[in-house]
Write a protein that binds this ligand. Structure first.
Ligand SMILES: C[S@@+](CC[C@H](N)C(=O)[O-])C[C@H]1O[C@@H](n2cnc3c(N)ncnc32)[C@H](O)[C@@H]1O
Length: 251
């Protein structure tokens, strides 16, 4: 049993998650993290730094819900980057899904978003967050339509993809520059779990032929272009930028 849980009735659901994402194998190779399930859902903690708090995926309440309601809609930089402000609602393949936050913004604006995530624990957290969102009365109907998860590496999944997304979205982990005390506590747990995605450069070569309209790469403002490839345009925010590699106009 990898996921600790006080509720016996949740055991079969949690066993399914453990098997689906290979959490037993993951647990045998690490000692620093603990997975727990309670009425807030599945969460991950660092055992030796409990003050950092837990990571959980919650699309229904909290920050995600606030951003959905008050976050600026199609005027947000990420929406412009994928081409949403042109009146289109593109199909987006989020090839580095993480905790699904960017994917959720796009799905809540009407995009169909396919999420790829390769880290077993991140994928399990995301899966659990999606199940709770699918069951929610308010967002469940469009979440079931618009957001789906595929567990695996985009390095193989993108080359095997049979459908053609309008947009491939990439946001690989880039080493953080800020002093660790300034990085949000939750982000520190995530960074220590996942590490840097040092093989991310290759993703652009898989993504570009697949996308029919564009590839969007999210980068910290100090990071070089992915694979040193100059984008067609850039959309800058306070700390990040979206490098957009345009193939065809949005209709
Ligand atoms: C910075 S996080 C993405 C955050 C995400 N945009 C969000 O809003 O929550 C990067 C994630 O991409 C995943 N990742 C990196 N390379 C991948 C690949 N080749 N295939 C699938 N997932 C990948 C990492 O495991 C990590 O969870």
């Amino acid at each position: 049993m990898v996921i600790q849980c006080p509720f016996k009735e949740m055991r079969s659901y949690l066993t399914e998650i453990e098997q689906r994402f290979g959490l037993q194998q993951w647990a045998e190779q690490q000692e620093g993290f603990a997975l727990h399930y309670d009425d807030q859902g599945l969460s991950l903690r660092k055992i030796d730094e409990p003050k950092l708090g837990a990571i959980t995926v919650d699309f229904v309440t909290g920050a995600a819900a606030h951003r959905r309601k008050f976050g600026g809609g199609k005027g947000q930089s990420i929406a412009k980057a994928v081409g949403l402000n042109k009146g289109a609602t593109p199909v987006v393949l989020d090839a580095t899904a993480g905790l699904g936050r960017d994917g959720f913004v796009l799905a809540s604006l009407g995009c169909k978003v396919i999420l790829h995530e390769r880290h077993p624990v991140v994928a399990a957290l995301l899966y659990d967050g999606l199940q709770r969102a699918y069951d929610d009365i308010e967002i469940g109907p469009w979440m079931r339509e618009n957001m789906s998860l595929v567990f695996g590496s985009s390095h193989t999944l993108l080359s095997q993809c049979v459908s053609t997304p309008d947009v491939v979205y990439l946001d690989p982990m880039f080493p953080h520059r800020e002093k660790s005390a300034l990085v949000k506590k939750e982000m520190r747990v995530f960074q220590e779990l996942v590490g840097a995605d040092t093989d991310a450069d290759d993703l652009l070569d898989f993504a570009y032929p697949l996308a029919s309209k564009r590839v969007v790469v999210k980068r910290p403002d100090y990071a070089p272009f992915l694979n040193d490839k100059t984008p067609s345009m850039q959309i800058k925010t306070k700390k990040n930028r979206f490098d957009v590699y345009v193939k065809a106009a949005m209709i």
